[in-house]
Design a protein around this ligand. Structure first.
Ligand code: SAH
Length: 261
């Protein structure tokens, strides 16, 4: 077994450690031990201000660099710079940093020299998809597709293509970034595409602010979900597949254990 690529790539003296840390859905009880330890050992914490606030006392005594949504590139560059100055830096990202998070961006920005001098670590976190699924029951117990409805960074035609493919292939569908104050159309479009291919009584789970204050859990049908207007950017939507059903208030997609052979 060869060494992992980042261990192999790291050849310079330990000038600084740059960790891209997934903090989970919100509540500190969902922070992994490794994420907590990494944040504790960091001198600098870089992140979106809402996520910094979720860390509470964990940022106490540390240099905090926080900024708003859409300032991701600036945050990543600042974090890399701090690492190059020899600091231990944590760039925090909600859920898992590799899922629509900061890990990809930071790795894309690093050049060869940075890679040789910095120690880089990506620390996984509990993603919203599974955090929200756990609050609904077990909707992801079979194959599922995760689609972000944000058309700021992804071409709208690609989103349409993926929604069509997922809904006609009987995947359970997890919708991230469903709607913002200004971005309302993509969710309407998603409902139209999905409703064309799935029965209107398909179970749909909607979780807002999972493991954060203001948590809301709704289990409903596709027809009723399409009429809801309280879906926002802190919401994840899970649309069942043709086998998903409700039992005792839980949304379940069977794995297939009770299939008659
Ligand atoms: N890296 C994150 C996703 C970031 S994209 C992860 O792994 O989960 C941001 C989207 O994630 C939001 O628009 C929303 O759809 C979802 N999300 C993030 N936190 C959430 C929470 N606490 N409850 C429900 N959905 C959440």
């Amino acid at each position: 077994m060869s060494k992992t690529s980042h261990q192999r790539r790291y050849r310079g003296s330990c000038q600084g450690k740059l960790s891209i840390v997934g903090i989970g859905p919100g509540d500190l009880s969902c922070l992994t031990q490794k994420a907590r330890q990494t944040i504790k050992c960091s001198q600098v914490i870089v992140g979106y201000k809402t996520y910094i606030a979720l860390l509470g006392n964990l940022t106490k005594g540390k240099e905090v660099i926080s900024s708003g949504m859409t300032e991701e590139i600036k945050r990543a560059q600042e974090a890399i710079q701090k690492g190059k100055e020899g600091k231990n830096v944590s760039v925090i990202s909600s859920g898992d940093p590799g899922i629509y998070g900061m890990a990809g961006l930071v790795l894309e920005l690093l050049n060869k020299k940075d890679i040789d001098t910095l120690r880089i670590e990506v620390i996984p976190g509990v993603p919203s998809a599974t955090a929200c699924a756990s609050l609904l029951g077990a909707p992801l117990a079979n194959d599922f597709a995760v689609i972000s409805l944000s058309d700021l960074l992804t071409d709208k035609n690609d989103i349409i293509k993926r929604l069509k493919a997922a809904s006609q292939s009987d995947f359970v569908i997890v919708l991230y970034n469903p709607k913002s104050k200004k971005r309302i159309e993509p969710l309407k479009m998603a409902w139209r595409i999905i409703a064309k291919r799935l029965p209107l009584n398909t179970p749909v789970g909607i979780v807002k602010n999972a493991f954060r204050s203001g948590q809301e859990i709704i289990i409903t049908t596709l027809k009723k979900a399409m009429a809801l207007d309280n879906i926002d950017m802190t919401t994840t939507v899970i649309v069942g597949n043709s086998k998903t059903y409700l039992k005792n208030g839980y949304m379940i997609t069977p794995r297939g254990y009770f299939k008659i052979t």
